[in-house]
Design a protein around this ligand. Structure first.
Ligand code: SF4
Length: 333
């Protein structure tokens, strides 16, 4: 019998250490580096839901691609590595190796932002499922696919349709059905609901959470919307300017945020009955081509000291209320 995510639930381990990934881009005839992922470290094990949160342009989509080993010609891994251990097999993405492609779909899968671009517009959905099964040496069994569609709340007749004939929410369910068809143990979802209306967004998020719980998979969810996180994630990582600035259990970060940027983000979350005017975070996001020296948040931080502009703080453990959180800020040294 083949192993499923249920069999592997206790052995999946994802560890990113000092991961650094840059784009090479041309500006007015000059080649420049975009320092999109800078020294990112975290680890997660077993059936856990991790949310990576940050504002637009902070490097989180690049991080998602690197975590999936989707490194194309203008994106390079400069340093560090990401290791996946599935108990019976190990995979690595680093400057010198990328073995993760061998694990795509069967052990790790990816739910992208835009469902329309993820589906071949000239193939009927049955053919798209057929192609996926064939390309992985798995027999295509229509009844099983129909049952799988039922799990993501889609009627079986959609197999006869083209992607453009479905609504945005239905297409996103198809993408989720494809990503989970071969029972991967790790799923990375990059802003999977950003193009959907609020009601559909809520339904899709509930679906993703139920899939993660039922399949006991490891889920890495990328979002700019911190208000979505408490209902979903066991752990969260706050990303700013290509760096992870705070990492820990969701409950801990929501009840006692440490990093000044996390505090700003949480202060923007609306709550019922709160009529106070929400203040935007002062200043502008980091220019990743020319990030400031030291702490990348220091030009916007009200607590900055001399050292903040000179040296970048590493992510170190801080036992807040007995929770094990990690924070990258000189205030906690
Ligand atoms: Fe602010 Fe300094 Fe902490 Fe950066 S290291 S967040 S500038 S106090």
């Amino acid at each position: 019998m083949s192993k499923t995510s249920l069999d592997l639930q206790t052995t999946v381990h994802v560890e990113a250490s000092n991961l650094k990934a840059y784009y090479l881009t041309e500006q007015q005839g000059v080649m420049k580096e975009v320092k999109a992922v800078e020294d990112v470290s975290f680890d997660i094990e077993g059936s856990k839901f991790l949310a990576i949160v940050g504002e637009s342009g902070c490097g989180k989509t690049t991080l998602a691609k690197v975590l999936y080993g989707f490194v194309n010609s203008n994106l390079s891994i400069i340093g560090g590595r990401i290791c996946y251990s599935f108990g019976d097999a190990q995979y690595e993405v680093s400057p010198t190796a990328n073995t993760l492609k061998d694990a795509w779909w069967k052990k790790i899968s990816y739910v992208p932002q835009g469902s329309l671009s993820a589906l071949n517009p000239v193939r009927k959905l049955k053919d798209i499922f057929l192609d996926l099964a064939n390309s992985h040496g798995v027999p295509f069994q229509e009844e099983k696919v129909k049952n799988h569609l039922k799990m993501v709340k889609l009627p079986p007749y959609i197999l006869r349709m083209y992607p453009f004939e479905l609504s945005g929410g239905m297409r996103q369910r198809v993408v989720i059905a494809l990503a989970t068809l071969l029972h991967p143990s790790v799923i990375i979802a990059d802003e999977p609901t950003s193009a959907l209306d609020v009601v559909t967004q809520r339904d899709i998020l509930r679906l993703l959470k139920s899939i993660q719980v039922d399949a006991k998979s490891t889920f890495i969810f990328i979002t700019h919307d911190i208000s979505l996180v408490p209902d979903l994630a066991d752990f969260m990582a706050i990303m700013y300017g290509g760096c992870i600035v705070e990492y820990g259990p969701t409950e801990a970060i929501f009840s006692r945020p440490l990093h000044p940027y996390t505090k700003f983000l949480l202060s923007t979350v609306p709550t019922i009955g709160d009529k106070t005017e929400k203040q935007p975070i002062p200043g502008s996001p980091v220019n990743l081509i020319d990030p400031p020296p030291g702490c990348r948040f220091h030009p916007r931080c009200p607590y900055g000291e001399k050292i903040c502009a000179e040296q970048r703080p590493g992510l170190v453990e801080n036992k807040a209320n007995s929770w094990e959180c990690r924070v990258a800020c000189w205030l906690y040294r």
